[in-house]
Design a binder for this molecule. Structure first.
Ligand code: AMP
Length: 542
């Protein structure tokens, strides 16, 4: 039967077959809120009726500035199922970029958590396409004197609406949601997802060898719903009836550990910086996270010590995954082939450090600077290109686009692919350190540093060098309560890296600058250390 793949079918399915499965939220107001897939579906329909009453039409863009909460989940399903486009805005965007994305998307309504009142006020204070402002809270918590004309509270907006609504049927290629890249250079670029791409991506990530989302799971996405649809988790958990635990604004380790313990979370998803803090906290409390079976780590390279800490201290299996906004986002997952799963730990971990093998639906290859395909031998690095049904074919409303060529998308990542098809990211192309015509992998250098017990976080950048073009400077954040000297760390690195990858200098700082999606802002580090002088005698060790 020619049935369109629509997001409405996911929430309908969840309501019919997983009606009472829980959706648990740490609310912005503070207390824990308990809902279910059935209630999510009913309230999404109430919201759909409200959207209609507000005059919102199919194709209109409806923006959110919101944490992972039950209300945001309802907005997710209501807006897309209604036929409008959900534009999730990253609240960590600089103000000029925030204004830019609202204008560029031509958003007509904004649903925001009260945490982000100042951002909503900033938008409301200037000309913009927004006609409706809704605070995702109840009347009691609606900010008084907000200065935002016509501001409504979400609970009041939907309270008197019917929970009966027939989701419309339309072409599965209709746009469902919109997310802007984090824009580390220039203004963010919009990526528009369709119902078809979202549903196919949901099926894919549920596969056992992908992220394996299933009914038996209690899924806790720390990865925000304001960035790449929380890696597709809202859709995949609806489809499979997984219990969903939403941490709201509480991304701190204390709230996360409490939620994991009380809700018995089995499946966690998030970026490495979140797990760094959680693992430290659990260790300090002497707690083992016994319910956790699986931790999906992506967004930036997972440091090797983190894989071992989850496995050895908490008996949890790490899935190191790679993807991008332009890919919905999942591209590869680090589920090992049986012959590698059976290897002794040291060798097995070497495979787990890689970003993994492609999920069915994603094709990938490496090319050199001239676009010629290079060997997938695990040694030769090249520009990583991808294609597939959930890879964006172009950017939203953008004429010039160097990233799409010959049916492939240039990811901007530099990687190797080994003969068993495990892909390993060595760098972002703009972050590679070019030394004597060859590339030093900053990720390998950082991972080596982070395998020292006194190092919590590390970033390597290239600084100009008269002879070698660039040489690495390693910038290190020490682990809490631990100490290490530059000399000790350098000696340690000598045991881990080829000599010419060793940093010419090591500097300690209190914290690394992080961008809107938890990635280290190397650009800021390069500016901060622009006048840094590498030691006079420094020469590239051969
Ligand atoms: P975003 O579009 O903000 O999700 O960022 C996508 C980029 O994050 C990718 O192109 C990579 O550079 C980086 N990234 C994502 N996952 C990983 C990973 N597991 N290891 C290294 N880099 C990653």
């Amino acid at each position: 039967m020619d049935t369109p793949l629509l997001i409405s079918s996911q929430i309908e399915f969840a309501a019919r077959f997983f009606n009472s499965v829980e959706v648990v939220t740490r609310t912005v107001e503070g207390p824990i809120h308990r809902s279910s897939w059935g209630e999510t579906a009913r309230r999404a329909k109430q919201l759909a009726n409200a959207l209609q009453a507000m005059g919102i039409k199919r194709g209109d863009r409806v923006a959110t500035l919101a944490w992972n909460t039950h209300r945001h989940l309802e907005v997710y399903f209501a807006v897309s199922s209604f036929g409008a486009v959900l534009h999730t805005i990253n609240p960590r965007l600089p103000l000029d970029q925030l204004r830019y994305v609202v204008d560029h998307a031509e958003d007509v309504a904004l649903f925001f958590d009260t945490t982000f009142l100042k951002l909503a006020q900033f938008l409301a204070a200037q000309p913009n396409p927004l006609r409706h402002y809704v605070a995702l809270t109840d009347a009691a918590h609606l900010p008084a004197d907000s200065g935002i004309q016509g501001l409504r509270d979400y609970e009041g907006l939907i309270a008197d609406e019917s929970d009966q609504f027939t989701w419309p049927t339309f072409d599965e290629n209709t746009a469902s949601s919109l997310c802007y890249t984090s824009g580390t250079a220039g203004f963010p670029k919009g990526v528009l997802y369709s119902h078809r791409s979202t549903v196919i991506h949901s099926y894919a990530i549920c596969m056992a060898d992908a992220l394996g989302i299933c009914t038996a799971d209690v899924t806790l996405p720390v990865v925000p719903m304001f960035h790449v649809n929380a890696w597709g988790i809202p859709y995949a958990t609806a489809m499979t009836g997984s219990k969903l635990v939403l941490p709201g604004p509480g991304l701190d380790p204390v709230n996360l550990l409490e939620l994991i313990e009380t809700e018995k979370a089995t499946n966690l998803l998030g970026v490495p910086t979140v797990w760094m803090a959680l693992l430290n906290h659990a260790r300090a409390q002497g707690k083992k996270m016994t319910s956790v079976k699986k931790v999906v780590i992506g967004g930036s390279a997972c440091p090797p010590y983190m894989i071992e800490a989850w496995e050895k201290e908490h008996d949890a299996r790490v899935i190191h995954a790679w993807g991008m906004t332009e890919m919905s986002p999942v591209g590869t997952t680090g589920v090992l082939l049986p012959q590698h799963e059976a290897l002794p730990d040291a060798e097995r971990f070497a495979f787990k450090r890689k970003q993994g093998r492609p999920v069915f639906g994603v094709d990938l290859r490496l090319v050199d600077d001239d676009g010629a395909v290079v060997a997938h031998d695990g040694k030769t690095s090249g520009h990583l290109q991808v294609r597939g049904p959930w890879v964006a074919g172009s950017y939203y409303k953008r004429e010039r686009d160097e990233a799409h060529q010959d049916g492939w998308f240039y990811t901007g990542d530099i990687a190797t692919i080994d003969p068993d098809s495990y892909m390993q990211i060595t760098d972002r192309s703009k972050d590679v350190i070019k030394s004597g015509g060859e590339w030093v992998s900053s990720i390998d250098l950082e991972n080596a540093a982070m395998s020292h017990p006194s190092v919590q976080h590390a970033a390597a950048i290239g600084l100009p060098h008269p002879k070698w073009q660039e040489r690495p400077l390693l910038i290190v954040v020490k682990a809490p309560g631990k100490d290490v000297s530059q000399e000790e760390l350098h000696k340690f690195l000598q045991t881990k890296l080829v000599k010419w990858w060793l940093p010419d200098a090591i500097e300690f700082i209190d914290a690394l600058p992080l961008g809107a999606t938890g990635k280290v802002l190397k650009r800021e580090l390069r500016t901060k250390f622009a006048d840094y002088k590498l030691p006079e005698a420094a020469d590239r060790p051969s």
